[in-house]
Every structure is written in structure tokens, then in C-alpha cells.
Design a protein around this ligand. Structure first.
Ligand code: DUC
Ligand code: ZN
Ligand code: ZN
Length: 467
């Protein structure tokens, strides 16, 4: 058999197995996995002493998302996918936001326009529904699900986005009948509103108030409610960005009742705490995200959930805003009152090195679980498997070659996103991707960008069988 490219000498790790073998690639796909593949005439990459992993899939990323008047997200598809690539990813899944007055299909067409010919990784979109009117729920959403837009996010917080319980039930019902995967942001908006009013009355308006107006009970209650509503509708759901042990416990209890729940956590809930929001000179704004980071005990609870199977997905929730910018964290109102600091932090490039360094290299999880949490489970949850998310004959040759011992200190200057800071500045991490291939093309090697903008494509998905 002839190959375009052979990766030899590496240790191949999937969610299931670890093997020493070579990988033969032809026309962008893996066509052979075996010992001593013949590679004369083919391009060859020596992966001796390296790990060969499926390219990471980050199924929770925000790019070019409208975020309020005067606010501009720090990454578009070019910079966001470039940063993802350097972080060992080959597919990311950003969100197409329907604002309240938007027609869903028009919003989607506009979002495709932003992505076209811009990407360094492959992409597929989730839809955010904020206007559950008859046009959206009765017409557009069913049609789009049938076209393969099979994952939807809904919010229980943010006045401009939240759905009330009746609306959640209606959206869940559409997802059940048409076979879509429903992702839910679980925080109780009314409770937050009450706490924000109280904080403002007491003039507690610096960034740390973001954490105290969104305490664990706010997330736990909404998690319980989302799970209960899903149970009533009989819909499997995804609970995104779980930040603490109490919400994780709600998920375990729901599973105990027989509900199918997929659960996600993110690097910020392992690495940051609410104390980070207390920084001098409004620096705490750099760490404002929702749900907020908690404390050391909740970090441990999130680690426990990654180890014991409570969490299926480890995603970045990359939602980047520049810090020192009138369009970012320090916008004129945000620089005076936490309520107006845009919610979200960058992290698409550091997600995998953080979990590798703090999870695999510390022995908390093994490399196969790492692959499951960062690639395979994302592909399975969102309809991309087995084309994506594993190393198998017939899969796309999306591969990340890792040096498990490479140590680097994180500095934003070395990252490739469009923000002006990283929440992980100064952290020492061991284990980094050194070469990344997208459908057989070497996109990044030893820090050098070899791929071109536009090499990444939109991934059509199939509607689910029975949907
Ligand atoms: N939810 C997200 O999923 N990302 C950023 C902000 C938010 O509230
Ligand atoms: Zn969210
Ligand atoms: Zn998010």
C-alpha cells in the first residue's frame, strides 16, 4: 500500500487503547495502523518518544459572538481556530447566537459567512436559541435539525437570552421530537437579579461581586430544574460548564433516576478560584466568567468528577474579551461596575496542556481518559464520530503529536488568540502538542504555522437516526 504520509515510532493513544504502531495516511484519512509500515516515497514523521493522540475537539467555544452594545469578542474564526490549533485541536464547535429579534436561519447564514475560508481547524456549529417563537420552534429549528444542525444551547440566565420554564419545556420538546442534543447553561436568573440588586444597594460593585451574585446555589438549583424538566420531557441533555460538587451531585442523582445526562467541566474550575476576581485595579475582571470559579474544595470536586466519570466532556468555554480595551472587560461601564464586565475568558489554547499537565502528568487520570474527555466523547456527543475523535482506519487523519515532558511557562505573549491576557499567566505546564495534522496536512510543527487560513472546513453532520 502507498501512503502520502507515515507517522512512525510513536505511542498511539485512543480513548480505549495504547499501542506502539505506525500510522499510514492517504488522501487525508488514516488508511493503516501497523508495525513498520513501509514509508519509502512517502513523507514521514518520526514520533519516537512522543504520544500520538487524536486531534483535540473543543465542543464549547465562542467566536465572533455578539456580546452587548460596544463589546467585541477578541477572537474571530481566524484567530480563534489558529489558537485552537496551537493548543492541539483540530475541530472546534462555536455557537451561532440567535439574538431575540433574529431569524435563526439568517443568523446561521451570517455566522457561516464569518467562518468561510477563515479557519485553521475544522468547525461545526451549535445553535443558541433565545427566541422560542413559533417561527423558530415550529419551523426553523426542525428544518435545521434535519439539515444536520443537531446541537442546541439554551440559557437559564442573562435577561436577553434566558428561557423561562415553559420555554425550556417547549424547546426541549422540539429537541426530543426531532432528535437534537440540548445543551443547557444552568444558573437561575431571578436569583442572580435579586443578589445583584442587593449588592448594588450595598455598593458592592467590584469584579469579586460577580462571584458572590452567582453562588453555588444559583447553579445547583438551575441544574436540578433543567434535569427535572428534561426528565419530564424525556430528553437526554448536556449540562455545560459545571463548576462545583453540588451541581455534579445533581447530575449523578438524575442519572440514578435513569436520565441520560452528559456533563461538561472546564479548565477554569480546576485552576481558578473566586479569589482571582479580587485582583487589584480591577484585574479581577480578567477572571469574570459564568458560572464563576469557586474555591479549592470545589476544584477538588471537579477533579473527582473527571476521575470518576461524572464528567464526560472537558471543554474550554473559550469566550475571549480583551482586558484593556473599551470593547472588552474595561469598557466604560464595565470599568466601574461588575454587572457590565462581559462574561467569559480565553482558554482554547491552554485547555489540553492544562489537563495533560495537571491530570495526566500528576496521575489523576490516564492518557486514555484524557483522550476521551478531550476528543472522543465530544465527537460521540455531537455526531462527529468516528470521522473525528479517534485514531482508526477510515477516520480523518486529525492528529496531535505530544511531547509529554516538554515544560513551558504560560505567557500570553506565546499564545495565538486575539485577547491581551491569559488567566493562566505564569503557570508551569508539562506536556504540550508539538505537531498537529488536520486531515493529513501538517498544520503546526514545533511552533511554526504551516497550515493556511481556510484549510479548516465546516463539518456537515447527519441528523440522528429516528430524529
Ligand atoms: N456561558 C458560556 O457558555 N460561555 C461564556 C459565558 C456564559 O455565560
Ligand atoms: Zn454558558
Ligand atoms: Zn460558553
Amino acid at each position: 500500500m502507498s501512503y502520502d504520509l507515515v507517522i512512525f515510532g510513536g505511542k498511539i493513544c485512543t480513548a480505549a487503547d495504547t499501542t506502539f504502531a505506525d500510522i499510514g495516511i492517504k488522501d487525508g484519512q488514516i488508511v493503516a495502523i501497523g508495525r513498520d509500515l513501509e514509508h519509502s516515497g512517502a513523507e514521514a514523521i518520526d514520533a519516537t518518544d512522543k504520544l500520538v493522540l487524536p486531534g483535540g475537539i473543543d465542543s464549547h467555544v465562542h467566536l465572533s459572538q455578539p456580546s452587548g452594545e460596544g463589546i467585541v469578542m477578541a477572537d474571530d474564526f481566524e484567530t480563534g481556530t489558529r489558537s485552537a490549533l496551537y493548543g492541539g485541536n483540530t475541530t472546534i464547535m462555536p455557537f451561532c447566537l440567535q439574538e431575540r429579534n433574529d431569524n435563526l436561519r439568517e443568523a446561521l447564514n451570517a455566522y457561516h459567512g464569518l467562518a468561510e475560508d477563515q479557519c485553521y481547524t475544522d468547525v461545526a456549529f451549535h445553535l443558541i436559541i433565545s427566541n422560542p417563537d413559533p417561527q423558530t420552534l415550529g419551523q426553523d429549528l426542525p428544518a435545521l435539525i434535519a439539515e444536520g444542525y443537531t446541537s442546541i444551547k439554551v440559557f437559564m440566565t442573562y435577561e436577553a437570552l434566558r428561557l423561562n420554564d415553559a420555554e425550556l419545556l417547549a424547546a426541549f420538546d422540539v429537541a426530543r421530537r426531532h432528535g437534537a442534543t440540548m445543551m443547557v447553561h444552568c444558573e437561575n436568573e431571578d436569583a442572580i437579579r435579586y443578589l445583584v440588586d442587593r449588592h448594588e444597594a450595598e455598593r458592592r460593585i467590584n469584579p469579586s461581586a460577580h462571584a458572590t451574585t452567582r453562588p453555588i446555589a444559583v447553579e445547583r438549583e438551575a441544574t436540578h430544574r433543567a434535569l427535572s424538566l428534561a426528565e419530564i420531557v424525556d430528553l437526554p441533555i448536556v449540562i455545560v460548564h459545571v463548576s462545583n460538587g453540588a451541581a455534579a451531585e445533581e447530575i449523578r442523582r438524575a442519572r440514578g433516576r435513569g436520565l441520560k445526562v452528559t456533563a461538561e467541566t472546564c479548565p477554569q474550575y480546576l485552576m481558578l478560584t473566586a479569589d482571582d476576581l479580587d485582583g487589584m485595579d480591577w484585574e479581577g475582571a480578567k477572571f469574570v466568567c459564568s458560572p464563576p470559579p469557586r474555591n479549592a474544595a470545589e476544584q477538588q470536586a471537579c477533579w473527582q468528577g473527571l476521575m470518576d466519570g461524572t464528567f464526560d466532556l472537558f471543554s474550554s468555554d473559550h469566550c475571549p474579551f480583551r482586558y484593556d480595551s473599551p470593547h472588552g472587560k474595561l469598557n466604560p461601564k464595565g470599568a466601574k461596575n461588575f454587572r457590565f464586565i462581559p462574561n467569559g475568558i480565553p482558554g482554547v489554547e491552554t485547555r489540553l496542556p492544562i489537563l495533560f499537565s495537571e491530570g495526566v502528568n500528576t496521575g489523576r487520570i490516564d492518557i486514555n481518559r484524557f483522550v476521551a474527555l478531550t476528543a472522543t466523547n465530544h465527537a460521540k456527543t455531537y455526531g462527529l464520530y468516528p470521522r473525528k475523535g479517534t485514531i482508526a482506519v477510515g477516520s480523518d487523519a486529525d492528529l496531535a503529536i505530544w511531547d509529554p515532558d516538554l515544560e513551558r511557562i504560560v505567557h500570553h505573549a506565546d499564545l495565538h488568540d486575539g485577547a491581551d491576557y491569559t488567566p493562566y499567566e505564569g503557570r508551569r505546564l508539562r506536556g504540550w502538542p508539538v505537531t498537529v495534522l488536520l486531515r493529513g496536512k501538517v498544520m503546526m510543527k514545533d511552533g511554526v504555522l504551516l497550515g493556511a487560513r481556510g484549510d479548516g472546513v465546516y463539518l456537515d453532520r447527519q441528523p440522528k437516526a429516528g430524529g
